[in-house]
Design a protein around this ligand. Sequence first.
Ligand SMILES: N[C@@H](CCC(=O)N[C@@H](CS)C(=O)NCC(=O)O)C(=O)O
Length: 266
Amino acid sequence: MNDLDLSKPILLYGSNISYFTGKMENYFRVKEISYEQKVLNYPKFERTMKEKVGINQMPAVELPDGRWMTDTTKMIQWFESKIPENKIIPEDPVQAFFAFLLEDWADEWWWRTAMHYRWHYSEGAHFASRHLAEELLSSVPLPIWMKKIFLTRRQRNGYTTGEQRRDFVYVNDTIDIKLWFMKNKHSGIFNVATGKSRSFNDVANSVINYFKSGHIEYIDFPEGLEDQYQAFTEADMSNLRNIGYYKKSTELENGVSSYLSFLDKN
Ligand SMILES: N[C@@H](CCC(=O)N[C@@H](CS)C(=O)NCC(=O)O)C(=O)O
């Protein structure tokens, strides 16, 4: 049964710089479905979303009959099942499978890069925070600069701040490797690490967990050094494995707690 009334425009709630709102808009354009993009201010948007669909994310769609829905993947599939013209999901099941795979790849992975480029660099952060402060937070009675700081902190947290990664190795593991080399004569250049990078947030959280108190405070990276800094390093351990060293390295959390308890006792 087709229960979709297309005689009136569909309402699309979301920010006009939200990538997923853009995805839905493009879908409507390709399908020639008439829609109206609307902005609902926070905190009203959050309350309405929780009430109508149970989750606070954008975009959301309101159908002319008052039904609400969210999640672009599911919404597109729903509209595809209702409107057979201009299908964007291929009929052929193998092609459809690859189309879904591509969609999943873009939806679940590319937003990370997009968030990084939008929020990490000050030009992007200034632009996006001002836009969202004026658009989504326009009814919050605070000066724009305060809203910008709030938004930039919120968005950087988890996407970029403290997410620089290193291959942290527990000091005892490095000694084990050296002792092993004393018994097993090999010559060459070998990385002495874990092969698995972890973030500075992980290190800080391990310390907080050990002490059961504390919180993370971020400070801006010194200007001028940003371009020299390597945000990610991870050792290739294959040389060491190829000569027969297989001992598992200590997990970061265990290394931190064992070292901190050593410091406590000494
Ligand atoms: N899987 C969802 C993802 C939607 C999504 O992540 N939207 C972003 C904005 S583009 C959002 O609402 N994020 C929540 C937040 O920032 O609190 C979809 O396809 O619609």
